[in-house]
Design a protein around this ligand. Structure first.
Ligand code: DX5
Ligand code: ZN
Length: 221
């Protein structure tokens, strides 16, 4: 399992410390939630923040674009140092073209699906993407309760990917913690985004270790 701590849940006045936690805890990715106050009610990080993060860490930046018009912003986030970019299916009108632009820009391309969006809709673009981000909360805020239905969605997606003989990574985001991460891994999720259950804990490094240990129990079975 790959762990992608979501720095939205960290102390936003000290993002360098959040990056240090990611590095010391052996995170594979740093998850960066970009929100525009329009597609989602919240506002968060913009291009300058992504640029600053990329200057401060070697870890790949996993940029989750929760914005109404992702096409307008793609080039800026690519230039800012995003290593992976995921756009929401619900707002990407020409998703195949958008994914192509992300790949041409040298980043891994992903599509995000909200809890109400069926993964079956992705069948015809699966070849054009590197990963699918399955939301297990409604996007907008850290610290929300996990929606169990997302597990069934991950299983269906895993089946679809295997049936088509593709290599597409499944990532999950929202409400993941030491109890829900193992269930996600069992459902075929390879990358877990974790916010509050890392940065909301007194000892974030111990929290990361616990999550990994709990996930490993399921991986060997
Ligand atoms: C929600 C964001 C998530 C969030 C995860 O809109 O996309 O990445 O920060 O936080 P937790 O793990 O607290 O649900
Ligand atoms: Zn996210």
């Amino acid at each position: 399992m790959k762990l992608a701590p979501s720095i939205l849940a960290a102390d936003l006045a000290d993002l360098a410390a959040a990056l240090a936690v990611c590095e010391q805890g052996g995170a594979e990715l740093v998850h960066v939630d970009v929100m525009d106050g329009h597609f989602v009610p919240n506002l968060s990080f913009g291009v300058p923040v992504v640029k600053a993060l990329s200057r401060r860490t070697e870890l790949p930046l996993d940029v989750h674009l929760m914005v109404s018009n992702p096409d307008r912003l793609l080039d800026d986030y690519l230039a800012a140092g995003a290593d992976r970019i995921a756009v929401h299916w619900e707002v990407a009108e020409h998703v195949h073209r958008t994914l192509g632009r992300i790949r041409e820009g040298g980043a891994e391309a992903g599509v995000v699906v909200n809890p109400g969006t069926p993964v079956e809709l992705l069948e015809d673009v699966l070849e054009a993407l590197d990963f699918v981000l399955v939301m297990s909360v409604n996007p907008g805020f850290a610290g929300q309760a996990f929606i169990p239905r997302a597990l069934d969605k991950a299983r269906r997606l895993r089946g679809m990917i295997e049936r088509l003989g593709l290599t597409v990574e499944i990532e999950m985001d929202g409400g993941l913690d030491p109890d829900t991460v193992p269930r996600a891994v069992e459902a075929g999720v390879e990358t877990c985004v974790v916010g509050s259950a890392i940065f909301g804990r007194e000892d974030p490094l111990a929290a990361m270790a616990e999550i990994r240990a709990r996930a490993a129990e399921r991986e060997v079975r």
